[in-house]
Design a protein around this ligand. Structure first.
Ligand SMILES: Nc1ncnc2c1ncn2[C@@H]1O[C@H](COP(=O)(O)OP(=O)(O)OP(=O)(O)O)[C@@H](O)[C@H]1O
Length: 412
């Protein structure tokens, strides 16, 4: 099998070129020879792990010209100059021009091989270093996007980094509000595909709408099927067909809940189930994330305070007690909402949600009040806590807003 070259040898002296290439090949260095610099410069790749050995005096572009061009195209690739007419001044200007080394012809084979080995090793180390630095930088970035130091979150980030470079379909599953969407975006960004994240919201999407959405995605996009289980049977077979024929670098799907339960309950067809469960990542519910909850709370509080231009509220240990026992059915999304209410000075509503979260039936009146309260809260959030503006959003007099806030428990 032909190996990829690790040395480009540029010299217009045929005898020297052939003899040197033979020596390098016999020592195991795959070599590609060029009789001038232009063709080599055309194909040089800045990420290449090899080196260039180049003569100074050549008919066409001389070695210094090639070196200058190389610095612009592939500045990190080691460049070793050779000449039969060497002098100290020439050697100094080669090194100043960015050459790795300067050799005088005739070069002793052992000396040449020593320089080649050192330059290739230096190149290998530099590439490994860059990769490592990139990885560390990305990992830091990932930690600020998928916040949390609990073992489950660390595991999530690790799975994400392992899967991101692979050309497969990743399935994100977990309860509502656990971060499937932010994770999909992170996978897309870390997989370095050139297109955008094209989200197809599958909830109640008709077949025609689905086809339209699929056609709208460009071939370089990552297609993200959000809430795949909410597609009808026919539409699911369209997605299955799409996945079977796809040559995309990356596809992502999400399901709310457990994939095998969705499958058993008939929410997802056999065919689609087996296509999308190759590389699953489970987003853990908030209650499994230990102390992450408080780190996230602080982050959401700071974010809400900045958005609503309000001071950061004082949070006592006592106030946080119910946070530990509350089941958080809406997970991080719900925690974000609670943080917003804390900033706006509204009641947190943790007791109110416990009943529904634990599955106990609510009375008609209680449900209606909860519904009304949610509407009032949304308007208050939109208005940044300004009651006059909230009343205007709802199209009711300010007085009525106060009365309804009292009736629904939003005001003492
Ligand atoms: N690990 C995390 N770190 C910081 N913020 C997060 C994290 N996970 C989720 N969030 C935030 O929580 C909220 C809900 O996340 P997201 O919309 O990604 O959830 P989801 O699982 O896709 O929801 P759904 O089930 O409705 O599709 C968003 O505001 C998101 O920015």
């Amino acid at each position: 099998m032909k190996r990829d070259p690790v040395i480009y040898l540029v010299d217009d002296d045929t005898d020297f070129r052939e003899a040197t290439a033979e020596l390098l090949e016999s020592e195991g260095f795959a070599t590609r020879a060029f009789d001038g610099g232009a063709r080599m410069l055309d194909i040089i790749d800045p990420e290449w792990n090899g080196l260039v050995l180049c003569d100074v005096r050549m008919q066409s572009m001389d070695g210094f010209g090639v070196l200058k061009d190389m610095r612009a195209r592939a500045p990190k690739v080691p460049f070793v100059m050779m000449t039969g007419h060497g002098d100290v001044r020439m050697a100094i200007s080669a090194i100043r021009g960015g050459a790795y080394d300067f050799l005088e012809k005739p070069v002793q084979p052992d000396f040449l091989l020593g320089v080649v080995r050192r330059a290739l090793n230096a190149r290998k180390l530099a590439i490994e270093n860059t990769r490592l630095r990139r990885r560390v930088a990305r990992f830091g970035d990932l930690r600020s996007r998928l916040v949390g130091t609990s073992p489950v979150m660390k595991d999530c980030r690790k799975q994400l980094l392992d899967l991101a470079p692979l050309p497969i379909t990743v399935l994100l599953h977990g309860e509502a509000g656990t971060g499937k969407e932010v994770t999909a975006r992170a996978i897309h960004d870390f997989s370095e595909v050139s297109g955008d994240l094209h989200t197809i919201n599958c909830a109640n999407l008709s077949e025609a709408e689905l086809r339209q959405d699929l056609t709208a995605a460009s071939p370089d996009d990552t297609v993200y099927f959000r809430a795949l289980h909410r597609l009808g049977t026919e539409a699911q077979s369209i997605v299955a067909e799409f996945l079977r024929q796809s040559t995309r670098a990356r596809t992502i799907a999400s399901l709310t809940g457990d994939p095998s339960k969705c499958h058993d309950a008939g929410q997802i067809s056999d065919e689609l189930y087996y296509l999308v469960t190759v590389a699953p990542i489970r987003l853990p519910p908030l209650r499994e994330r230990d102390k992450d909850m408080f780190v996230l709370l602080e982050m959401f509080l700071r974010d809400a305070a900045a958005r609503f231009k309000k001071p950061l509220p004082m949070v006592t240990k006592e106030a946080l007690k119910p946070f530990r026992t509350y089941p958080w059915p809406g997970n991080l999304r719900e925690l974000r909402g609670v943080a917003e209410r804390m900033v706006l000075g509204l009641p947190l509503g943790l007791d109110r949600n416990t009943a529904t979260a634990t599955g106990q039936a609510e009375s008609y009146d209680a449900s209606m009040l909860a519904h009304e309260r949610a509407i009032l809260e949304r308007a208050l959030m939109e208005s940044g806590g300004q009651k006059g503006d909230a009343a205007a959003i709802l199209g009711i007099p300010r007085k009525r807003l106060y009365l309804r806030m009292k009736a629904t428990g939003l005001l003492e």
